[in-house]
Every structure is written in structure tokens, then in C-alpha cells.
Design a protein around this ligand. Structure first.
Ligand SMILES: NC(=O)c1ccc[n+]([C@@H]2O[C@H](COP(=O)([O-])OP(=O)(O)OC[C@H]3O[C@@H](n4cnc5c(N)ncnc54)[C@H](OP(=O)(O)O)[C@@H]3O)[C@@H](O)[C@H]2O)c1
Length: 331
């Protein structure tokens, strides 16, 4: 089978290559899945460089998220051959076949094709964990979402809108504003370069934001500390901008807000019941059509390099999906 392997760590993808390899042997507790679609997530890119918090030793197959068809599973796993599933592990999804722990899989929601199912899980469960579970989002609240063209951020915009919040989407890329607007029509889309508090103040009529969802960090985080309402929450989701910000602890004290660390995967592992409830709720909303993942492009796995480069060059508005082997594009 074809697989995208990281054979050595590199900053320029030179250590990654598409290889012919054997279908992985399913171990007890795992499900063998024929991958119909794999979704690229920012951590996949970081792992090619050895710069993600989880650092697998090369060689390893890239990809933490997939959708596909069950080929083989333990009888007590809850899955059977032919089931349409989604999920993944930290690596292994960008291949024609993957062995995934049964606990990391769930049935793909009805009404979603394989690329949509592959785009749904990580982005929406992260957004849900951040906004709803840890943020306590209520209808009518103001939510500021940074890095708005990204997978997690667009999921947060979509979800917050469905749940009745008022949304300011903030992007560092002015040329993406129209596309973000066209996707989910948030209440406002602003640029997040430099000072943006004045705009947030004006848009919210001086209220500022109850929740700020920040997958970017750095200067965006710093300025966000001026945008959170008293009693609000600044949700630390990631550091796509590359700098981990510092904060003086008198700032949240004086302004009366909380800084909340979001680690969606770990949250679901530590609290499996809550994790299952979050996943079920995301699937329910997707089946009902009240949320829908934004897909920027779908490309064959053989074009993995252009997909990784597009994420690295910050070209995307939404997810990029890779289709391995001879699966139909978009089937
Ligand atoms: N905490 C968790 O549980 C969790 C779960 C999943 C992902 N994450 C983290 O969340 C972050 C976003 O992940 P994602 O998969 O949504 O990534 P993504 O689709 O690549 O989105 C990242 C977005 O961040 C913005 N950005 C700002 N500075 C950037 C830079 N220097 N390089 C690239 N993008 C930059 C861009 O949006 P604009 O151009 O619109 O500004 C970009 O679209 C990552 O740090 C990831 O590790 C955290």
C-alpha cells in the first residue's frame, strides 16, 4: 500500500516521502480501516519537524485523522466490516490502510461523505471542548475567534453560530476575509495584525468578549488580553503563530478574566464519559446539518507535498483532505 512516511525530521518536508509498504498488521483492540480520506492537521506538519509535543521516532506514517471503511475488527469492538468510521491516532492516517485503536473510532455521521467525516472530528471536538465544555458558552455571548481561516477556528465559528453566540472572526490574512464571511457569515470579520481592541470594543458596543478562542498565540494572545470582558475566558488552544506568550498574573486579576488551557484529546482521555458525550454531540449536529466542516481542497495523497506546503504557507481557508490510493476523490 501507499503511505506518507516521515523517514527523518526536517524543516522543509525533505524527510517525508510517499512509499510502498505493507498493510499494517492489526493487533488486538485495533480496527483495520481502509482509508478513504485523511485530514491534515497542524500537528502533522509540526511532527515532520519534531516540533510537536508528541515526538514519534522516524520512520512513521503521517496523519492523525481519517475516515474510511472497516475491514477487520475484534468481535467485541462494536465495529464490523463495512462500517463507515472516522477517528484516528497520533500517526498512521495518511496511508491506504491504518490500524486504529477501536476506542479512537466512531461511526461517521449519516449525511457526511468521507472527506467531510475526516474533516469533522479533531476540529469540532476541539472547538466544542474549548467553547462549550471549558468556556461554558451561552447564547447571545460575544466570542472572538482567532486564526479564523484555520480548521479548529472555522469549526469554532460554525459551532458558536449554531449555538446562538455573536461572533467576531479574526484573521491575520486580510485576503481571506471575504472567504471567511462567505462560509459562515459571522457578525464581523476583522484583521488581527497589530491593535484590534478598538475594533472589538466598537463591534461589541463596549462589552468586549465573553470568550476568546486563541489557536495562534504570540502577539494575538497579548492583544486578546485587552479584549476579554470581566468574568470572561481566554481559551489557549494553540501556538500556530510560533510564539508562546507570557502573561503577568495581575492582568487576569485586575480585569477579572480566566486564562483556560484547552487540551481536547487529553480531556477526552482523562474524562472518557465527557469525551464520548462531546463526540456524540458533534456527530449529532453534523447529521442534523446544523454544523458543516469547511473544506478548502481535496487532493490525492500523491500530492501531499502541495497540501502540507499550503498549510505551511497559510494559504488555506478550511481543511485540506488527502485521498489515498485509488479511492475516488470525494467518494
Ligand atoms: N488544544 C488542542 O486540543 C488542539 C487541538 C487541535 C489543534 N490545536 C492547535 O491549534 C492550532 C491550529 O490548528 P489547526 O489544525 O486549526 O491549524 P490550521 O488549520 O493550519 O490553522 C491555523 C491558523 O492559524 C493562523 N496562523 C497565524 N499565524 C500563523 C503562522 N505563523 N503559521 C500558520 N498559521 C498561522 C492562520 O489563520 P489566519 O491566516 O486566518 O490568521 C491559520 O489558518 C495549532 O497550533 C494546533 O496545534 C490544539
Amino acid at each position: 500500500m501507499q503511505a506518507l512516511q516521515v523517514t527523518s525530521l526536517s524543516d522543509d518536508l525533505s524527510g517525508c516521502q510517499l512509499v510502498e509498504t505493507v498493510i499494517p498488521e492489526r493487533q488486538s483492540g485495533q480496527v483495520l480501516v481502509r482509508v478513504h480520506a485523511a485530514s491534515l492537521n497542524f500537528p502533522d506538519l509540526l511532527m515532520t519537524r519534531g516540533k510537536y509535543q508528541f515526538k514519534p521516532e522516524p520512520p512513521f506514517t503521517s496523519g492523525m485523522e481519517l475516515a474510511g471503511e472497516v475491514i477487520d475488527a475484534d468481535s467485541e469492538s462494536g465495529f464490523k466490516a463495512g462500517d463507515r468510521v472516522m477517528g484516528g491516532a497520533k500517526t498512521g492516517a495518511m496511508a491506504e490502510y491504518a490500524c486504529v485503536p477501536a476506542r479512537n473510532l466512531r461511526l461517521a455521521p449519516e449525511g457526511l461523505d468521507y472527506p467531510q467525516a475526516a474533516a469533522l472530528g479533531a476540529a469540532y471536538t476541539t472547538a466544542y471542548t474549548a467553547l462549550v465544555e471549558l468556556g461554558g458558552l451561552q447564547p447571545g455571548q460575544w466570542v472572538l475567534v482567532h486564526g479564523a481561516s484555520g480548521g479548529v477556528a472555522l469549526a469554532a465559528v460554525d459551532l458558536a453560530k449554531t449555538l446562538g453566540a455573536k461572533i467576531i472572526a479574526a484573521t491575520g490574512s486580510a485576503d481571506k476575509i471575504d472567504r471567511i464571511n462567505a462560509l459562515y457569515a459571522p457578525d464581523a470579520v476583522i484583521e488581527s495584525n497589530g491593535r484590534f481592541r478598538e475594533q472589538v470594543t466598537e463591534i461589541t458596543g463596549g462589552e468586549l468578549c465573553d470568550l476568546v478562542c486563541d489557536p495562534v498565540g504570540g502577539d494575538v494572545f497579548d492583544e486578546s488580553t485587552r479584549c476579554v470582558a470581566f468574568g470572561g475566558k481566554l481559551l489557549v488552544v494553540g501556538f500556530a503563530g510560533g510564539r508562546i506568550a507570557d502573561i503577568a498574573t495581575n492582568i487576569p486579576l485586575i480585569k477579572g478574566f480566566s486564562v483556560v488551557g484547552v487540551r481536547a484529546g487529553e480531556y477526552a482521555r482523562r474524562f472518557p464519559d465527557r469525551g464520548a458525550r462531546i463526540a456524540a454531540e458533534v456527530s449529532r449536529m453534523a447529521s442534523a446539518g446544523t454544523i458543516r466542516p469547511a473544506i478548502d481542497r481535496i487532493v490525492p495523497l500523491s500530492e501531499w507535498r502541495s497540501a502540507f506546503a499550503a498549510m505551511d504557507d497559510r494559504e488555506l481557508v478550511g481543511k485540506v483532505i488527502l485521498i489515498p490510493g485509488d479511492s475516488e476523490l470525494g467518494d
